[in-house]
Structures are given as C-alpha cells and as structure tokens.
Design a binder for this molecule. Structure first.
Ligand SMILES: Cc1cc2nc3c(=O)[nH]c(=O)nc-3n(C[C@H](O)[C@H](O)[C@H](O)COP(=O)(O)OP(=O)(O)OC[C@H]3O[C@@H](n4cnc5c(N)ncnc54)[C@H](O)[C@@H]3O)c2cc1C
Length: 339
C-alpha cells in the first residue's frame, strides 16, 4: 500500500525531537508524515548551541536510559558521518564553585575526571569529552536524512489531534515542543527564554568551558568548527525571541571571567567581534527547580487510535532526543513503555 494517512504515523513538530523520532520510526520500516509550519518562530532546536549536557530528571531510571542511548547514538553519528552531521566530539572543562550532584554512571560514560590544579576560588574542576551538536548544521542534516529515508513533510500547523485523526491517521506522536502546551493542554509546560552570542574563534580556543554560576548565572563557551557560542541566560516564563543588549554584555563579562579562571592568556580579547546574537525559548516542563519532567507516554483512545506524547525536553532536548525518540517510536508501535 503506498504511504498515506491510513498507514502513516503522524508526528507533530520538526524540531530535534520530531526529526529523531521520525528517523527512529523509519529505522523500524514505518511510514511517517511530519506536520509542522515552515514559517513562524524558529524552534528552540535552531537556536540551541548545543552541547551534550543532560540535566537531572525526577525519574532516575528513565534519565539514565535516555541519556546513555542518546550519547551512544550521537557518538556513533559523529564517528560515522564526521563533519557532515554537524556533530563532533570535543573536550569540555567545567569549573565548580559549589558542591555538585554527581551520577556515578554519568561520570563513567562521559569519562569525567579532575583537571589538575583547581584554580581558586573554585572547589573542583573537571574535564571530559562529549558530543557538540552544531545545530545550524545538525538540524538541516537531520532534515535531509529524514527526507532521504522517505519521511513526508507537511507544511501545516495542527490545531488539535482531531485534525490529524480526521485525515485518517491512527497514531499521532506529539513532538511540538512548547506547542504541546495547547495541543495536550498541559499546564506544566512553560517557556524558558535563553540568549546566546556567536563569535569568531580568533583567540584559538581548543576546548569548551562551563561554570556553575558563581554570580547566579552560568557562563559557557562552546567551541564549534567555525565559531564559539557564548551563553547563557535562563528566563523562566519569558516567551519572546528578542535579545537584550545588557543581557548580552553580561554574558560576555561572565565568559571572560570563565576564560580567566581557566588560565587562558587571551581572556581579555574574547568577543571583540560578534557574528550574531540569538534568543530562543526552551520547552520546560516541571515545578520548582526541576525543569525536565519530560513526558513520553502513550494514550490509547477508542477505535484503535493512539497519541504518544514526546515533549518537555527543557534545557536538554538536543542531548536527550535520541533516547526519548526510541521510546516514543516503540510506544507508537504498540509497546506500552513506562507511564
Ligand atoms: C539558548 C538555548 C540553549 C540551549 N542549549 C542546549 C544545550 O546545550 N544542550 C541541549 O541538549 N539542549 C539545549 N537547549 C534546549 C534544546 O534546544 C531544546 O530542549 C530542544 O530544542 C527542544 O526540541 P523540541 O523538538 O522539543 O522543540 P522545538 O525545537 O521548539 O520544536 C518544536 C516543533 O514543533 C512545531 N510545532 C509547535 N506547535 C505546533 C503545532 N500546533 N502544529 C504543528 N507544529 C507545531 C514547531 O514549529 C517546531 O517544528 C537550548 C535551548 C536554548 C533556547
């Protein structure tokens, strides 16, 4: 039977979560159509820098499963496709001013080890190698892979699940990021605004850097092939896509301090030239300090119809997406998975 709504699984959303879910379904020989508007606000996935930085979640088992699966897949893609995929494995140095929560399994899979000579006033410094996803190249690469594998793209905003059931789809996977707030009527989904600055790597930095917010806001410098990305800001509840000059200046001050702590001789020269600044909105889901109550859950409906929810990846969607995609794909094909 040629692919059409009656035998295709419908995915809502073409961010990193929707695209990886489509690819997991195609790997299981399943016809897929992705519904997403081509115009309008850029999805979070196109703004993220993004480094493999999983944030802890309330459910430890799922966190471990999603994280290890994603890490394995991202590493495989980096080795198999090299620069074409936009992913490379690079060093991250982290500086800590306060005690951090540690997951022995995560330390082990990322081979996190102490950096010799912790600089004052930090209490610890570590180094590890991990995937760096250059989303300006990784997202188009994922899209091309999805098209080549036979995924149909439909330029359309979905107003309700019934729209897609009315077309004949039996199973829908909701990967709409923040758009899931209306579709699934989920009050736990909230926007978290973030700003980043792209600059040329004219100081010759050979690794990435991160700290744990000595003054209340983290600083990070992520190194990609043709630029450095400086961040970040985390404004909960804010939903626009504007950048603010004072926030951008604050990022640069914090990143220069991070580079100084690292002992880089050219810390004062950082960000003399800016290429662009970007703002995006992370689809966080949670309460209090936990922002990644990511939802992967199958809901069965009368008439053999089903919805699989796959959203709420918050600050870590690029890191977690392959893990949640595999689970959502299995659930869509009938495995109940975890609630
Ligand atoms: C500044 C910043 C820095 C970040 N840094 C990192 C990082 O270092 N590491 C990391 O892992 N993550 C990082 N993230 C988080 C990461 O970007 C997100 O978790 C991830 O992009 C979420 O992906 P998504 O596919 O769920 O949502 P999105 O990328 O927002 O995609 C949602 C998709 O759904 C579509 N859609 C929405 N509503 C509808 C509708 N009604 N009908 C049809 N389609 C709809 C949209 O058009 C879009 O295609 C960062 C994010 C930001 C903003």
């Amino acid at each position: 039977m040629p692919p059409g709504p009656s035998n295709q699984i419908a995915i809502i959303g073409a961010g990193v979560v929707g695209l990886t879910t489509a690819l997991e379904l195609r790997a299981r020989q399943t016809p897929v159509a992705i519904y997403a508007p081509r115009s309008g606000r850029s999805p979070a996935s196109r703004i993220a820098p993004a480094l493999f930085t999983p944030y802890s979640m309330p459910d430890g088992d799922r966190f471990e499963r999603w994280t290890t699966r994603s890490l394995a897949k991202l590493t495989e893609l980096a080795w198999e496709h090299g620069d074409h995929s936009g992913i490379h494995i690079g060093e991250l140095r982290e500086y800590f001013y306060k005690p951090a929560a540690h997951y022995p399994w995560l330390d082990r899979v990322l081979a996190i080890r102490p950096l010799p000579g912790t600089p004052s006033p930090c209490i610890a410094a570590t180094t590890s190698t991990r995937p760096h996803m250059d989303m300006l190249r990784y997202m188009p690469w994922l899209e091309a892979r999805a098209s080549e594998s036979g995924v149909e793209f439909v330029d359309r905003r979905v107003e309700s699940f019934d729209d897609l059931f009315a077309l004949g789809h039996k199973t829908i996977i909701n990967c709409a990021g923040l758009g899931a707030r209306e579709l699934a009527q989920d009050p736990l989904l909230k926007p978290m605004h973030g700003q980043v600055i792209h600059i040329p790597n004219d100081i010759g930095l050979e690794y990435s850097l991160h700290d744990d917010a000595p003054g209340g806001l983290v600083a990070y410098i992520f190194r990609f092939r043709d630029r450095l990305v400086l961040g970040g800001t985390f404004d909960s509840g804010r939903e626009d896509d504007r950048t603010d000059p004072p926030a951008l200046d604050g990022i640069i001050d914090r990143c220069r301090n991070l580079l100084r702590i690292d002992g880089h001789p050219r810390w004062r020269d950082l960000a003399q030239i800016r290429i662009r600044s970007l703002a995006g909105v992370r689809p966080t889901r949670g309460m209090g300090d936990v922002y990644e109550h990511t939802r992967v859950e199958r809901i069965d409906l009368p008439g053999g119809r089903a919805i699989v929810q796959n959203y709420g990846h918050g600050r870590a969607g690029a890191s977690l997406s392959w893990g949640t995609a595999a689970e959502a794909a299995d659930q869509a094909l009938g495995s109940p998975g975890d609630p």
